[in-house]
Design a protein around this ligand. Structure first.
Ligand SMILES: Nc1nc2c(ncn2[C@@H]2O[C@H](COP(=O)(O)OP(=O)(O)OP(=O)(O)O)[C@@H](O)[C@H]2O)c(=O)[nH]1
Ligand SMILES: [Mg+2]
Length: 624
């Protein structure tokens, strides 16, 4: 089960309450005191925010629960994405005061799309300004039309706030259930006895209906009721132990002695220590490993175990090359990207470059979105400024490397302007290979098509060509990635006596980029959607401030603005808000889209020896 929410809604506090209720801890820790179970990193304790997902486990009566407490800050959305790929159920937390926030909407949309059974927990009912009816209306309008309150609240907005259960067998609930099930509707209309609880359980399991609980992670009110809700409505994990092993790695960390520890969710089958398992990496060929140790999460700690079964989350030791997203046993289809990729990057420098590179590479294992790029200088991609601070302090505390960053800049992308084609035959170049490509604009990643006979070329060469096409697309005409494109392989040639895969790997970038050059590309910049709440007396100043930062307002009242703003100007815009709004401005941004840059397109330094210039490229290959 996962706990997800907008930043500061109270996920970690609620996790602490659940652990306490389950008897795992005998004192409730507080985020504000830096002593909770799941915010265990120094930096999390110091800053009072969650940075990495953490797994804890406990039993709610006879129900064993593995819980993942996730970060809410939008800079760490990648952590949530990984957790979502292994969940059977979720609790989406909202604050009764702040209500539905941008990240709440993004998460609910994703949970519904993935059909993950979800309960809503409206937290902080003890705080001044807590709302009930109005908030329920917001939930129905903005999150899910089929939200079902399970309780009413007494003394709302005061410390003694409490909850009163609503009956499950009630007409309002029957109507919601009937909307989604015709046979239930019929029986209900006929006045037959209908089991609303059973129907509710079924519709929660299919993520059609979402029960809403209320409470306070601060006072503990409503937590027993939420626990009962989890036990009653969320479906229990089913996994067939006799089946073949299927497991997915969603977290990689390093233990005290630097050894890798991988957390994986076992979907089916069993997994045992010192027994070989097949690893299917995100990219690259399958290989076999023997985990030296297998541990499960139990009662707040990891415990070694000989064999784990379906449904459990395990920690695996001794897997040196394991990465987040890898699958164990029999692979299933990858979940694909749920949220937008990072749109910012920064150059990192340190006195000891070798040490910095090693440290960053290790960090990138724990967080694949720390994409390290070596083009003379080292750059990492980012979701935002908080992440930058986190990387700096991790590098210092865990690796003893002091770093400085350049200013954060947006990661642009390139889009094709039209169609282009290029080909070279085997007789024409320095390599014993021939290829031809036709490229055209795409809308959904790389769409790779074969317009040649598959059998006309050995399999290994086809693989080499396709892999090289993917790599080449990381750097378009201006050095930026081309994410959406259709590439057709129109010609191949080889010499059965002399051709090796490397011939194709060298030739493909040259010819593919020729085809792309013929099509031409446009450089696009990332743009964010923003929501901004400000005091009414500051609105005119704020509107000018938005315009100065190339923002576009699409909706406005005298205290609330919505619109778009380039990623490039988002941080400078935000950093001046406190002064402009007497510290009361509240901004949230989420990725919106890419738009063409209005000025001269920025050029990114290449790392590929520049296949756009054949002489230079051949020279580069000969040197490396
Ligand atoms: N009054 C009140 N404060 C709460 C409640 N729950 C949490 N808080 C406070 O809200 C703040 C955020 O709580 P966290 O539990 O860290 O929230 P979170 O969702 O884990 O935050 P991130 O992981 O950083 O996204 C802390 O200062 C908590 O003490 C509640 O029910 N009532
Ligand atoms: Mg937290």
């Amino acid at each position: 089960m996962g706990i997800v929410a907008h930043v500061d809604a109270g996920k970690t506090s609620l996790t602490e309450r659940l652990l306490y209720a389950a008897g795992v801890i005998d004192r409730v820790g507080r985020v504000d005191d830096g002593n909770t179970q799941t915010d265990s990193m120094d930096l999390e304790r110091k800053r009072g925010i969650t940075i990495r997902s953490a797994v804890v486990s406990f039993a709610l009566g006879d129900l064993p629960v593995n819980l993942i407490d996730t970060p809410g800050h939008s800079d760490f959305i990648a952590e949530v994405e990984r957790a979502l790929s292994v969940l059977d159920g979720a609790v989406l937390v909202l604050s009764a005061v702040e209500g539905v926030q941008p990240q709440t909407r993004l998460l609910m949309r994703t949970l519904r799309r993935l059909r993950i059974p979800t309960l809503l927990f409206v937290n902080k009912i003890d705080r001044v300004g807590a709302r009930y009816d109005e908030l329920l209306a917001d939930i129905r309008r903005l999150l899910t039309p089929s939200a079902v309150p399970m309780e009413t609240v007494t003394d709302l907005g005061t410390r003694p706030a409490g909850v009163e259960p609503l009956p499950v067998q009630r007409p309002e609930l029957a109507e919601i259930l009937a909307e989604r099930n015709d046979s239930f509707l019929e029986s209900y209309l006929e006045g037959a006895a209908v089991d609303q609880a059973a129907e509710l359980r079924r519709q929660v399991a299919t993520a059609e209906v979402h029960p809403v609980y209320f409470g306070s992670a601060m006072t503990g009110t409503g937590v027993p009721e939420l626990i009962e809700g989890i036990r009653t409505w969320l479906p229990r994990a089913t996994g067939v132990p006799g089946d073949q092993l299927r497991a997915r790695v969603f977290k990689v960390e390093r233990g005290a002695a630097g050894q890798k520890i991988a957390s994986a969710r076992v979907v089916s089958g069993t997994l045992a220590a010192r027994t070989p398992v097949a690893v299917h990496p995100v990219d690259g060929p399958e290989y076999q490993v023997r985990p030296s140790g297998v541990e499960v999460f139990a009662n707040g700690a990891r415990q070694p175990i000989e064999r784990v079964e379906a449904g459990q989350i395990v920690a695996l030791r001794g897997l040196k090359s394991i990465r987040i997203g890898d699958q164990l046993g029999v692979p299933t289809t990858q979940v694909g990207r749920l949220f937008a990729p990072p749109t910012l990057e920064t150059v990192v420098s340190a006195r000891d470059r070798v040490k910095l590179f090693q440290a960053l590479t290790q960090l990138a294992e724990q967080d694949p979105l720390i994409r390290v790029r070596k083009a003379g200088e080292l750059t990492v991609s980012l979701y935002g400024e908080v992440q930058k601070e986190v990387i700096a302090s991790l590098l210092e505390s865990e690796y003893g490397v002091q770093v400085s960053f350049s200013e954060t800049t947006p990661i642009h992308v390139e889009r094709l302007n039209g169609v282009g084609a290029a080909m070279r035959d085997i007789t024409e170049g320095p390599w014993a290979a021939g290829v031809g490509f036709r490229v055209s604009p795409g809308s959904d990643g790389l769409e790779y098509e074969l317009e040649v006979e598959l059998g006309g070329l050995p399999r290994a060469f086809h693989t080499a060509i396709e892999e090289t096409v993917r790599q080449t697309l990381h750097q378009g005409l201006f050095g930026w990635e081309i994410p959406d494109i259709r590439v057709a392989l129109t010609h191949t040639a080889y010499d059965s006596a002399g051709t090796v895969a490397a011939d194709f790997r060298r030739l493909v970038p040259l010819i593919l980029l020729q085809a792309i050059a013929e099509a031409g590309t446009t450089v696009l910049e990332p743009v964010n959607h923003f929501e901004l709440d400000v005091p009414p007396d500051t609105i005119s100043r704020i509107l000018a401030h938005v315009a100065e930062h190339r923002g576009v307002v699409t909706q406005a009242t005298d205290t609330h603005l919505e619109g778009t703003i380039p990623a490039a100007t988002t941080h400078p815009f935000e950093s001046q808000l406190p002064t402009l709004t007497h510290g009361e401005g509240l901004l949230t941004t989420t990725f919106h889209s890419y738009i063409p840059v209005a000025t001269e397109p920025p050029i990114r330094p290449r790392t590929d020896g520049n296949p756009l210039n054949e002489k230079q490229y051949v020279l580069h290959l000969n040197q490396s």
